[in-house]
Ligand binder design. Structure first.
Ligand SMILES: NC(=O)c1ccc[n+]([C@@H]2O[C@H](COP(=O)([O-])OP(=O)(O)OC[C@H]3O[C@@H](n4cnc5c(N)ncnc54)[C@H](OP(=O)(O)O)[C@@H]3O)[C@@H](O)[C@H]2O)c1
Length: 330
């Protein structure tokens, strides 16, 4: 038996005009899989990289890596989910831009009743990313209350979750953003200092804010435009986590630069290594759910679009018009 769904696909890499709505039929889950009926779907910058071909996914490609809804069917060997469960996920393979799908159950988590479907869809990929960055991607000796960190794109989806999470950890987060309004928003949500990196020299400002010391860690998702300057914001032995490329891919690095700038560490992490097993995924999700249900992290959904309006959602995200999280309603 099959079940109808509307989904977004691309046949070729390119701009938002490549996103097309198709009608599909979805079957039964196989071993280790579930079928989920989405209530909402999350939009992420990785969807743009996949659409443009930066990550080289095979075509044709169903897009989307985050969603929330109700479990409709459970395949053999899946014991952590039951039919009727409220659930949410960040997961490979792409394909969440749809009404219903069959997918691996491994990264799908039961959603606490206190968290809405919209919040679940908005927060899983961005919240689990913040979890692994701030809790698991730390400089030598760790991070403790009072330490300075620099977090780029602080008013974005990951960024506004990070502002609140860093504040809860007692960190002094210096957030960068592309406008004064975005900077004000990041401060409202918990950044202790902000820098408009379109109008200010962020290296000079970081030095000024930290009394010349620099920060212990930089979390950089902007990529090409910021990477080298981010290294200049670090204390000796500091850590640069370069985890995204919104402005373009980071060019190859002459590794000797790390010695010259103070025995620095650089890592290029991805969420998908961190959520490679069911156990790791659930442990990280439990931490995220606790941060949200306790009110320490609020999930701001600043943009909502209908599934069929996904091209406009992509245009707005790429034009830096969005703040916080964006969801597609299905
Ligand atoms: N490696 C991982 O595990 C992982 C997981 C999740 C997300 N990420 C990365 O984290 C970043 C944030 O993801 P998100 O979905 O929450 O997106 P987002 O932060 O809501 O949107 C991206 C932001 O990047 C900033 N930006 C700077 N230069 C830009 C440019 N040239 N073009 C477009 N935007 C630019 C913009 O903010 P301003 O206008 O304030 O500069 C924009 O709003 C992305 O780079 C994403 O790929 C990585």
């Amino acid at each position: 038996m099959t079940h109808p769904s509307r989904a977004i696909r691309i046949q070729a890499y390119g701009g938002p005009e490549q996103l097309e709505l198709v009608h599909t039929e979805v079957g039964e889950p196989g071993p280790g899989e579930i079928r989920i009926r989405h209530h909402a779907v999350g939009l992420n910058y990785i969807d743009v990289y996949q659409r443009t071909g930066l990550y080289g996914n095979p075509l044709p490609l169903a897009l989307g890596m985050e969603g929330a809804g109700v479990v409709e069917a459970v395949g053999e060997g899946v014991s952590h989910l039951q039919v009727g469960d409220r659930a949410a996920y960040a997961s490979q393979p792409p394909g969440s831009y749809c009404e219903r799908r069959v997918m691996p159950a491994k990264c799908v988590c039961k959603l606490p009743d206190a968290i809405s479907f919209d919040e679940g869809a908005a927060m899983m990929l961005k919240g689990l990313t913040t979890q692994y960055l701030l809790r698991q991607t730390q400089p030598q000796g760790g991070l403790k209350a009072g330490d300075f960190i620099l977090f780029h794109a602080a008013a974005g989806g990951v960024g506004l979750i990070a502002c609140q999470w860093a504040k809860a950890m007692g960190l002094q987060m210096i957030g960068t953003a592309g406008s004064d309004d975005k900077c004000a928003l990041a401060r409202e949500l918990g950044a202790s200092h902000t820098i408009n990196y379109r109008s200010e020299d962020f290296v000079a400002r970081v030095k000024e804010i930290t009394g010349g010391q620099g920060v212990k860690a930089v979390y950089d998702s902007v990529g090409a435009d910021t990477f080298m300057k981010s290294l200049d914001c670090l204390q000796p032995f500091g850590l640069l986590a370069t985890y995204g490329n919104a402005s373009g891919k980071v060019p190859p690095l002459d590794i000797g630069v790390l010695a010259a700038k103070g025995s620095l560490y650089v890592t290029r992490p991805t969420l998908f290594t961190h959520i490679a097993t069911r156990e790791r995924t659930q442990a990280m999700a439990d931490d995220l759910f606790a941060m949200v249900t306790s009110g320490q992290v609020k999930i701001r959904i600043d943009q909502r679009y209908k599934l069929e309006d996904v091209a406009q959602a992509h245009r707005d995200l790429e034009a830096r018009k969005t703040t916080g999280c964006t969801i597609l309603t299905v």
